[in-house]
Ligand binder design. Structure first.
Ligand code: ATR
Length: 272
């Protein structure tokens, strides 16, 4: 019998997770399939009940359900609770357990580029769902200073208080400086816009954009132009997925498989 996995989100049509996970299942010769389930926010609770009823073995959880889903799970790991978001569910004999692999995916993407966060000053743009895992990750990696800029200042303040970091008004972004700048807003998603001017990027060494459509955003193009190391969001997507596969299969993934998934993802996004 084939095991069933999937992603829940709204919308979910453009998700790259089915491509990634079905490739992995096939290469690992597992009898498992992975689908995409579009779940409206109002249907989240019944959808999660359905996971148990249908014995779906695992789920990826994406926007806008990562926070809301927590209350419908049987168990949630401490790290995901601290972040306040679950992106992975494991169905273990009818018990649904929640995890967060976004923060690990983010750190692995940096590690792959040889970037150290320890004792670095990090500036984070955005205070939405994606930002939380990034704040948690850079805290875990022992950044010496973390500043968060958000268009709606109150949301930056809320995150800053939760994690013990500094909130800054969006208008002050012009004066931002540090070692790493991380773009977690939706600015530049399918559009040619950057939340910061080129001049700001000259004050950083590394620029990371969580957006990966387009792969090279305006933010990353400007960053490259002024000599920053530029990291795109597809690497984070890859490594959060690799961590999900580890949770579901309870196995490490061979490096050649990780590389195959990476190649496949880049090819897919560049053709879109
Ligand atoms: P996600 O889960 O992808 O982070 P989200 O929770 O909706 O999505 O958050 C989107 C982020 O992009 C927020 O930080 C949002 O700022 P606000 O809190 O002020 O809404 C930010 N954002 C969206 N459009 C923006 C824009 N035009 N300029 C600046 N920030 C923007």
């Amino acid at each position: 019998m084939y095991e069933v996995y999937g992603v829940i989100g709204y919308p979910v049509g453009h998700s790259l997770s089915p491509l990634m996970h079905n490739l992995a299942f096939r290469e690992l010769m597992l009898k498992a399939v992975y689908g995409a389930f579009e779940v409206k926010p109002k249907d989240l609770e019944v959808a999660i009940k359905g996971v148990k009823a249908l014995n779906i073995k695992g789920l990826s959880v994406t926007v806008p359900h990562k926070e809301e889903v927590i209350k419908f799970l049987d168990e949630v790991e401490d790290k995901a609770l601290e972040i306040g978001a679950v992106n992975t569910i494991l169905n273990e004999e009818g018990k649904l357990k929640g995890f967060n692999t976004d923060w690990i995916g983010f750190l692995k993407a940096l590690e792959e580029e040889g970037i150290e966060v320890k004792n670095k000053k990090v500036v984070i743009l955005g205070a939405g769902g994606a930002s939380k895992a990034v704040v948690y990750a850079v805290k875990m990696a022992q950044a010496c200073e973390i500043e968060i800029f958000n268009r709606t200042y109150e949301k930056a303040l809320e995150l800053a208080q939760k994690f013990g970091i500094k909130a800054k008004p969006w208008e002050d972004l012009k004066e931002a400086f540090g070692d790493l700048i991380i773009q977690t807003t939706s600015v530049g998603l399918n559009s040619w816009e950057s939340p910061v001017e080129e001049e700001v990027l000259t004050r950083f060494k590394v620029a990371f954009d969580l957006v990966y459509t387009p792969l090279k955003t305006k933010f990353l193009s400007l960053a490259e132009k002024v000599g920053c190391v530029a990291i795109d969001g597809l690497k984070m997507l890859l490594y959060q997925g690799v961590e999900q596969l580890k949770i579901w299969t309870k196995k490490e993934l061979p490096l050649n498989l990780i590389n195959l998934i990476k190649e496949t993802l880049y090819k897919e996004v560049s053709q879109r």
